[in-house]
Design a protein around this ligand. Structure first.
Ligand code: UDP
Length: 406
């Protein structure tokens, strides 16, 4: 399966993966997160697990189970870590721990290398089996301005991990000998990112009754206030005074995000009865539809106010689309301002840049091409697997060994 990436991914990444798998042969890797579908973490694991399965390293993916009370608490933790103030009681923290304790009884935690994703399953480290194993906390959240009391609570668990992995260096806590920066990635061969025919794209637009006689502005995101869907509508309304266009907001629910329904309603109310705003609530696994929408779009937005990484940015860039993104979290890693797209700081800024793209098709194409190459070099799944295996090998060897390519 890895060989399918030859000619697409950088050669060095594929070579390194093969070398590292030789070194790690027979060992086991385990990933644990809180949902199988919806959001970036599930998106990556869905693609990465089968690809690693084809290598000589054994891999498992487990998902913790919780009820609505648990996910209300963990969404609050998520919000607070991203700088939105939330109140917590001891009971809430106790419940967070209790549900993890139950999951620890259900899930086989035995593996040589364990990746715990995000704060939902973070207390599992208390149930870490004895013996030789490595536990890493893999954070996907924008930690640029976290609420201190929440950080302090989580640090008590974090101290028990061997390492932390963050998307962006400014998110790292500086609290451990082993902290690594590994941005996420997209899979160029998935249904979400593979090439589509014109017919496939048109069929999707027709099915969702999206007109194709005018430019399409698109944002693909869970309905989450940090993604600023209302700000996107405001920017579109400013643009619409001068350039006729259609706005598409596409999102789908995530089982670990209980606020989605409420935010979707706010967005629908705000869009009111504008026939040129299409709000799509897609079922999980609508990968081909998202792909088609991204390919049909004239301009793609990711106007987030906080963002761990924003896979949708790389997804659109891979399709040769110039992207306008909020200058937050991992978005500036992907958008090189004025080269592969534009970083914006306000609704007015977003509107200005949308108009710039709509009025300069040649610039749009040029930036789109550079964006695709930037993603090829830096944000394909092979690079992320290379990084995970490298970190594993590095820690296993006590940080002392250098891998020699032979
Ligand atoms: N996504 C999707 N359907 C939707 C909305 C989003 O498949 O209706 C996907 C999107 O294409 C991306 C992922 O969900 O792959 C979202 O990841 P991102 O890092 O952009 O944001 P997160 O949801 O993790 O905050």
């Amino acid at each position: 399966m890895l060989d399918q990436y030859v000619g697409i991914s950088p050669k060095g990444d594929i070579l390194l993966i093969k070398q590292l798998c030789q070194k790690l042969k027979g060992l086991t890797m385990l990933h644990i997160n809180s949902t199988r579908e919806g959001g970036g973490v599930a998106e990556i694991l869905q693609r990465m697990i089968p690809l690693i399965e084809g290598l000589e390293v054994a891999v498992r993916w487990e998902v913790i189970e919780g009820d609505s009370r648990f996910f209300d608490v963990t969404k609050k933790i998520h919000n607070a870590l991203q700088g939105f103030p939330e109140e917590f009681t001891d009971d809430m923290w106790q419940y967070h721990y209790e549900i993890n304790r139950k999951n620890a009884r259900r899930i086989d935690l035995n593996a040589d290398m364990v990746f715990i994703h995000d704060p939902q399953p973070v207390p599992l480290v208390d149930f870490r089996p004895k013996g030789k194993n490595i536990w890493v906390w893999r954070c996907h959240i924008d930690l640029s301005n976290p609420q201190k009391d929440v950080c302090d609570r989580l640090t008590k668990y974090y101290e028990k991990y061997d390492a932390g992995i963050y998307h962006v260096s400014k998110f790292a806590r500086g609290a451990k000998a082993f902290e690594f920066i590994v941005p996420p990635s997209i899979d160029p061969l998935s249904d979400k990112n593979r090439e589509l025919t014109k017919e496939e794209i048109h069929e999707t637009l027709d099915r969702f009754q999206i007109p194709h006689d005018r430019p399409i502005i698109l944002q693909v995101s869970r309905f989450d206030r940090f993604k600023d869907p209302i700000g996107v509508i405001k920017a579109y309304r400013m643009v619409k005074r001068y350039n006729d266009c259609v706005l598409v907001l596409a999102g789908s629910p995530a089982s670990d995000d209980p606020e989605g329904q409420e935010v979707l309603q706010e967005v629908k109310d705000y869009a009111s009865d504008d026939p040129d705003i299409k709000i799509l609530l897609l079922p999980p696994y609508s990968d081909k539809e998202i792909n088609a929408l991204q390919r049909a779009a004239t301009v793609v937005l990711q106007k987030s106010l906080k963002e761990g990484f924003g896979l949708t940015v790389s997804e659109a860039m891979w399709k040769g689309k110039p992207v306008i993104g909020g200058a937050v979290g991992g978005i500036p890693l992907q958008i090189i301002h004025r080269v592969t797209g534009f970083l914006v700081y306000s609704i007015e800024g977003a509107a200005f840049r949308i108009r710039q793209f709509l009025n300069n098709p040649e610039m749009t194409v040029g930036m789109g091409e550079k964006g695709r190459e930037h993603v090829r070099q830096n944000f394909l799944i092979t690079r992320q697997i290379r990084d995970y295996l490298s970190i594993w090998y590095h820690i296993l060897k006590g940080g002392k060994r250098v891998l020699e390519l032979g």
